[in-house]
Design a protein around this ligand. Structure first.
Ligand SMILES: [Zn+2]
Length: 314
């Protein structure tokens, strides 16, 4: 999910401005929950930045989750599709990388801030690849309880057509990609995408760099799965693997290790307090995240929210 409070506020402001504009900024879908309408309003003007990583791989940031791009003669491969209203700006950013058309799109999980651009990217020529559960969830209405938001089923053109359960390998543009399903972690649809030659790993939202993670229990997420996923991210690639989180700046194994220590420590503290019979309010009052709040507590997921995510699962 979109995770900075600043971004949340700025999209709200833009949405409010849109209400008073003489005409709609773009077509509004009355079926979509308010958070998608606001995200689309905010993303229409969002600046897309391009960061070069290694071995031709770039990441586009600024519209929903981080988008990895591998250009080349077999056409571009993208990981995640951002918010649909960013189409013009994403197309400009992609054209600045190379003239290759979009040929393949991989979705790291079903959430709208990683899949809202699926329809236009498919229309532009992309075959969509994902875990089978991502297709199942996009193909039927879904609810994220925390946000009281229900998302309608996606149209056929936005659905992944190449799906797998456990793992899948792709060869394109001289690169080998290893796709692996995580245990239920952030959702039950998460996969990692490892560009094995360049040693660049996209973790989807199983890793938020520098902030407390969001865990979507209502579509299969779980704190213990997040810990297992983070351990697997540590075990994938090498010590110099470049790690693209779902949200936040591109990072490295050292930063993943710091996140792992943070979530494991807080998990054990909260589990211990819950075992003593403490209620959620008593656990929040005990501030089990205090030692980590300066470093991780400034994102969309507040220390109190993260404590609730952990308490729910232990
Ligand atoms: Zn997500």
């Amino acid at each position: 999910m979109i995770f900075t409070r600043r971004h949340f506020l700025s999209t709200t402001t833009v949405a409010a401005a849109a209400l008073f504009a003489p005409g709609p900024l773009f077509a509004q879908d009355p079926q979509q929950p308010e958070m998608v309408v606001k995200a689309r309003a905010g993303a229409a003007d969002a600046k897309i930045t391009t960061q070069k990583l290694r071995g031709n791989i770039c990441v586009l940031m600024g519209s929903g989750g981080n988008i990895a791009v591998l250009p080349g003669p077999q056409g571009k491969l993208l990981v995640d599709s951002g918010i649909s209203s960013s189409q013009t700006h994403i197309k400009e950013a992609l054209a600045a990388i190379s003239a290759d058309p979009i040929q393949q799109l991989v979705n790291t999980h079903w959430h709208y801030d990683h899949t809202d651009g699926n329809l236009w990217m498919h229309s532009a020529g992309a075959t969509i690849v994902a875990n089978e559960k991502t297709r199942q969830r996009l193909n039927s209405p879904q609810t994220i309880e925390l946000f009281h938001a229900t998302f309608p089923a996606e149209p056929a053109g936005a659905l992944p057509t190449v799906v797998f359960m456990d793992e899948h390998t792709l060869h394109t543009n001289g690169e080998t990609l290893h796709l692996q399903h995580y245990d239920p972690a952030h959702t039950d649809t998460d996969i990692s995408v490892h560009f094995t030659d360049a040693d660049v790993l996209h973790t989807g939202d199983t890793w938020f760099n520098g902030v407390y993670p969001f865990i979507d229990y209502s579509t299969g997420g779980h704190i213990d799965g997040m810990i297992r996923a983070t351990k697997r991210t540590m075990a994938t690639g090498t010590t110099s693997t470049i790690v693209i989180p779902g949200h936040g700046p591109v990072g490295n194994k050292q930063q993943v290790a710091e996140s792992l220590e943070m979530i494991s420590t807080i998990r054990d503290k909260v589990a211990g307090l819950k075992k003593e019979g403490k209620t959620i309010d008593e656990v929040i009052a005990a501030k089990p995240t205090a030692a980590f709040d300066d470093k991780f507590g400034k994102g969309f997921t507040t220390p109190q929210m993260f404590t609730r995510f952990v308490y729910q699962g232990v």
